[in-house]
Ligand binder design. Structure first.
Ligand SMILES: [Zn+2]
Length: 418
């Protein structure tokens, strides 16, 4: 049992933040036991870790991030998607054939993700099994709850990233076999997106999904270009999402669809039918995709939505920055297309980044009693002339905070010390 004193803030529900100023939280066996303004007598003899002006919040979840592109963050941001893939992304991903290079990059990626308060993540590797295995094992050893995918693509990429279809399926099966019983970081099927996958490949992955009972992450209706490509390459499907549904990829585990910016009614219907997550990646959509998700509308339809850094289409690995950007983008969308596009609130954005997405990883993302205690202490955001309320500190952190404002990190109830 451990007792922590701090201001405590978490999402109560989609619209409301719960705020417990100057309170005590008890953590037992990695889970929150209770929160009190006055410490109960029975805990009087337990030493208290006192963060004084610190605000305790749940750790963040990144539902869409490309680990191999970590080295590209903040570069080539003036290109749009198709050119950016060809000139920036694919040449970098090809370098991960060199596992020693991959180790250097992935060590830095995982460390920076944790430093920025992300304790749960859905991560894309590359087509390379050895490098992607290293990434998964590294995250698993650190205790990160998440999913890592060996990317599949067997058409429309540069020569050294094109897989032979049968080999792609065989290597994916070996990857699933090796890691399916992992406790922290698990494998997930990762067909990159429709333009780079043949029907034969997607059907093969559908068979593996059923056999190993694993879910899928991919990019869905990400741009007008991608949606048109999907329609012309898979003319038998009415929408992008149906390509995966027909292959039986939607009902074996969690399905996480990145971006979901231009969905048809059919895309939305299929995603809701299988309780899938759509992921808004605000920086990425500003920089290389040039489209804005109808976040408010989709939330009102009951869709599950999380946030993604989408390194390196997005440039900042901290998901907290994406909560702020999500609010900003919803206001732009509402200004230019007011019909059916309401602006979202900060509590809604924070909820997407923590409690809503935390459900994917087994009861985390909140500080309610019973939650897995993955948490951060943030501080140093008030002004001498204006002390912020705890919930204001959280909002300001998402807008102007950095990893240096995170004073402590907890994962599975234990403080991270290295
Ligand atoms: Zn992406």
């Amino acid at each position: 049992m451990q007792i922590i004193h701090a201001d405590i803030v978490y999402s109560e529900d989609r619209e409301h933040l719960a705020s417990h100023p100057d309170s005590y939280i008890a953590v037992e066996n990695g889970r929150v036991k209770g929160i009190w303004a006055v410490l109960p007598e029975e805990y009087a003899n337990i030493p208290v870790t006192d963060y004084k002006t610190g605000v305790l919040i749940p750790a963040f979840s990144d539902l869409h991030v490309h680990a191999p592109q970590y080295l590209n963050r903040g570069l080539e941001m003036d290109l749009l998607l198709a050119d950016w893939l060809d000139k920036c992304t694919f040449p970098m991903e090809a370098r991960y054939a060199d596992t020693e290079f991959a180790k250097l990059a992935y060590d830095a990626f995982v460390d920076d993700m944790i430093a920025n308060g992300t304790m749960h993540a859905c991560v894309y590797g590359t087509i390379h099994s050895e490098a992607t295995s290293y990434l998964l094992e590294r995250m698993d050893r650190k205790g990160i709850k998440g999913f890592v995918g060996k990317v599949n693509m067997d058409r429309s990429a540069q020569e050294d990233l094109l897989e032979d279809t049968a080999r792609s399926i065989r290597e994916t099966e070996e990857f699933l076999e090796k890691y399916s019983s992992n406790c922290n970081t698990k494998p997930i099927l990762t067909p990159r997106f429709a333009p780079t996958c043949t029907r034969e490949l997607i059907n093969g992955l559908g068979i593996l999904g059923k056999k190993y009972n694993v879910g899928m992450q991919t990019h869905l209706v990400e741009s007008m270009w991608e949606a048109e490509q999907a329609r012309s390459l898979f003319p038998e499907c009415s929408c992008d999402t149906e390509i995966y549904e027909r292959a039986g990829l939607m009902d074996n585990g969690p399905v996480i669809g990145g971006h979901f910016i231009f969905p048809s009614e059919d895309d939305i219907r299929i995603m809701q039918k299988y309780d899938c997550y759509a992921v808004q990646c605000p920086d990425a959509t500003i920089s290389v995709i040039a489209g804005i998700m109808q976040t408010g509308t989709l939330l009102d339809k009951g869709m599950k939505i999380g946030l993604g850094s989408d390194i390196s289409a997005g440039h900042h690995i901290g998901v907290y920055t994406q909560a702020a950007r999500s609010v900003q983008l919803s206001k732009l969308k509402n200004f230019y297309e007011p019909e059916d596009n309401r602006k979202i609130t900060f509590p809604e954005a924070f909820w997407m980044a923590t409690k809503q997405s935390g459900q994917l990883f087994g009861g985390t993302g909140s500080l309610e009693p019973g939650s897995v205690f993955d948490a951060l202490v943030i501080d140093g955001l008030s002004d001498a002339a204006r002390k912020l309320l705890p919930e204001q500190t959280v909002e300001r952190f998402c807008y102007i905070g950095t990893k240096h404002n995170i004073k402590a990190r907890y994962l599975n109830g234990a403080k991270i010390t290295d």
